[in-house]
Design a protein around this ligand. Structure first.
Ligand code: BGC
Length: 728
């Protein structure tokens, strides 16, 4: 008894001493922290940046501005600076690789929610959904210990052939800018820095590392830069990735005009510019022309331009130390902005029900109904005995493909699984592959037999992420459906006229079969919930509301980049000249009066919408609000994307026929009517004047065109700007 009391007392003494010791250590560290201003989360970011900057040595500064593995920068333990983790990308958090190779790290804890491809997000025209997607990816990135996420990609779809179009947000600078801003705000709300890419003019994969882009200043300013500007000024993005290609003879990762003059000076970007992987080219240029962080693929990290070679030039006094400080400052600023040093930094979450729901919703809202004769869709499972699902894409998984934007998905519902589940046990769903790379005629014969035996056919074809289709590192050779699908679809449609074609991937030529099929859906790459989303659209649980973020041409030769020969695409002698200037996408088709297969902004619904009562309400300083009503005149609920285009009557300089300057997605119950207001400011009427080197809003008459697509304009109002306004 006595002995145990004594033992208890001893234990208590030890416990009390330990507690005192811990308390002492805690308060000591608090004192230390209080003395180190940069560790005090209550201090302004700039004060913290300057304080930490004053504590890092020259060598440590150098270590902050270049990689120490494929996706990291070095830690500085004595100052509590952790290793920074960067990772792809736009569609979720990529599987871990390396550290010094591109091969998988072989982990079992690096799965992620696979969101639909960027072009599908753009097709939702729903910036709130962009926010939710960014937020979900940000949460997963934090849960996976990342700091900077390499996305979104906002290069403009200049030619349908570009292998990375699926990652980007379509052909329109305004739509891309709005959609990427929502995404960035969502992602960065999770203490992650987004990294908008590839700045700028990375519009093709052919010779991407070297190709020199010659583009006129107007097209640069009006078409290729606005999405980046929006990412900076309205998304508040903290990181920007330079592009591999050159602009006017200078590589974009070390391009004084793009990085220093435009991005930093004109737009006021305060974050960091990183190179694309191995995209830097020269120590002096990297040092002086605005690059803040060099990332790459070579393993000799000390040999990076911004490593030992830069240090040598700094030590010899050939390059100024102030330039290094500015780079470090920008890197530290991003760390503070994302709360790297702060106790309450968000820790994220993985594969939550919300993340899955976001992935599904983006797919549901991004799938575009392009054709629906005699209301074949939506399908009624109760009226069907047999559905033939045909096509390799019905079972093919895509989320992991495409290269750097690929995802090791937690799971991926393919279209066949989604259809089988939704059709229910009473419907017999038969599957036939129909085509395959190197597949034989027997595949087609079996598919035709399956088509004949069914009430309805759902054909799932299109492209995939194989090199040479929708994949980084190469462009497509043409816009044709591969593997004999043109012939196959015709045979299937002949065998069963109730054929619904669903295409995955980016745009293809359809003339061979389009008039032979009654229904067509564009499903892009719809992510890991894609099969469920598609089934919901097919069976009417979801009313399709997506609209094309890019013109679907009838044939490649109709497109602007193809109209000017090889020098305009893919380039000759290492240079590609953007001879079409401003006339990209619908700007070209409208101005040149070329009939597209499906126009920009087009997408059908299972209901109908009526537009009426347009009023233009002038504001101050060139602003005007377009107010109008939209009514759901059909029998099911649905969403309409009302689009606002501006047409200038007598421009001084050539202007495209019309340009998108506003849009609004409106959700309406049957019979419901809503008043929609789309505000415009003077920028909506502005163009870039090469000679004056500034944006100019010219006093003139304008038409404000409101419609359901770029070629289905329902309302028109006139608006006069009285004075010329120059804006920098
Ligand atoms: C791509 C980038 C990507 C990077 C890292 C590059 O090849 O162009 O988009 O973020 O690799 O994977």
């Amino acid at each position: 008894m006595h002995r145990s009391t004594a033992r208890l007392r001893n234990l208590l003494v030890v416990f009390t001493r330990l507690t005192l010791l811990i308390a002492l250590l805690v308060s000591l560290s608090k004192i230390a922290a209080a003395q180190l201003l940069y560790l005090d989360a209550g201090q302004p970011v700039e004060a913290r940046v300057e304080d930490l900057l004053s504590r890092v040595t020259l060598e440590e500064k150098i270590s902050i501005i270049h990689a120490d593995s494929k996706f990291t920068t070095a830690a500085i333990p004595r100052l509590g600076i952790p290793r920074r983790w960067l990772d792809d990308g736009p569609h979720g958090v990529r599987e871990d690789i390396g550290p010094d190779t591109w091969a998988s790290a072989g982990r079992t804890d690096d799965f992620s929610t696979a969101m639909p491809a960027g072009i599908c997000l753009a097709a939702t025209w729903n910036p709130d959904l962009g926010f939710k997607e960014g937020e979900a990816i940000g949460q997963e990135a934090r849960a996976r210990g990342k700091d900077i996420m390499l996305g979104p990609g906002v290069n403009i779809l200049r030619t349908p052939l570009c292998g990375r179009n699926f990652e980007y947000l379509g052909e329109d600078p305004f739509l891309s800018g709005v959609m990427c801003s929502g995404y960035i705000r969502g992602e960065q709300s999770q203490d992650i820095s987004s990294c908008v890419k590839h700045f700028a003019l990375n519009n093709q994969e052919t010779e991407r590392g070297t190709i020199n882009v010659e583009v006129d200043e107007r097209a640069l300013r009006e078409i290729y830069l606005p999405a980046f500007k929006a990412a900076v000024q309205s998304g508040g993005v903290w990181s920007v990735m330079g592009a591999y290609n050159q602009l006017r003879g200078q590589h974009c990762c070390d391009h004084d005009y793009l990085l220093n003059k435009i991005l930093k000076d004109e737009w006021g970007f305060k974050g960091l510019v990183m190179s694309d992987w191995d995209g830097a080219h020269d120590t002096r240029e990297c040092a002086l022309n605005g690059l803040d962080l060099e990332m790459g693929t070579e393993q000799k990290y000390d040999d990076y331009y911004l490593a030992q070679p830069y240090l040598n030039l700094l030590k010899s006094g050939e390059l100024p130390l102030a330039g290094l400080d500015e780079k470090v400052r920008r890197n530290l600023r991003v760390m503070f902005a994302t709360h790297v040093f702060d106790a309450g930094r968000k820790t994220g979450s993985l594969n939550t029900a919300t993340h899955q729901a976001v992935a599904r919703q983006v797919a549901e809202e991004g799938i575009v109904l392009l054709k629906n004769e005699k209301q074949l869709l939506p399908l009624d499972a109760a009226k069907l005995k047999t559905i033939a699902v045909i096509g390799e894409n019905a079972t093919r998984l895509h989320a992991h493909g495409g290269d750097s934007s690929g995802i090791k998905a937690f799971y991926e519902i393919n279209p066949l699984d989604g259809i089988v589940k939704r059709a229910g046990e009473k419907v017999n769903v038969i599957y036939s592959e129909g085509y395959r790379k190197d597949g034989g005629e027997d595949l087609a014969e079996r598919a035709v037999a399956a088509a004949k035996s069914a009430d309805v056919v759902i054909y799932l074809g299109g492209l995939n992420h194989d090199k040479g289709f929708d994949c980084e590192g190469a462009d497509r050779k043409d816009m044709k459906l591969p593997y004999g699908q043109d012939e196959l679809i015709q045979k299937i449609a002949a065998a069963n006229p109730q054929t619904i074609v669903v295409l995955e991937g980016t745009m293809v030529e359809m003339d061979a079969w389009l008039d032979k099929v009654p229904a067509l859906l564009q499903a892009w790459y719809p992510g890991m919930e894609g099969g469920n989303a598609l089934a919901k659209v097919l069976f009417g649980d979801v009313n399709p509301s997506g609209k094309l973020p890019a013109t679907f041409p009838k044939k490649l030769s109709d497109t602007p980049a193809a109209a000017f020969g090889a020098s305009a695409y893919p380039g000759t002698n290492g240079t590609v000249t953007y001879a079409e200037g401003l006339l990209v996408g619908y700007r070209w088709f409208d101005t040149k009066h070329i009939e597209p297969q499906f126009p920009f902004g087009f997408g059908l619904s299972y209901t109908t919408f009526k537009y009426s009562h347009l009023k233009l309400i002038p504001g101050t300083n060139g602003a005007v609000a377009a107010q109008f009503e939209i009514e759901n005149t059909g029998k099911v609920e649905g969403a309409e994307i009302a689009q606002l285009y501006v047409h200038e009557k007598k421009p001084h300089l050539m202007r495209p026929e019309k340009e998108l300057k506003g849009f609004k997605k409106v959700f309406l119950q049957p019979g419901e009517k809503q008043t929609v207001s789309i505000p415009l400011n003077k920028e909506a009427f502005a163009y870039y004047d090469d000679a004056k080197k500034s944006w100019l809003t010219q006093g003139d008459d304008f038409e404000i065109l409101i419609g359901s697509s770029s070629r289905d304009l329902r309302l028109m109002g006139k608006f006069t700007l009285h004075n010329d306004v120059i804006q920098q």
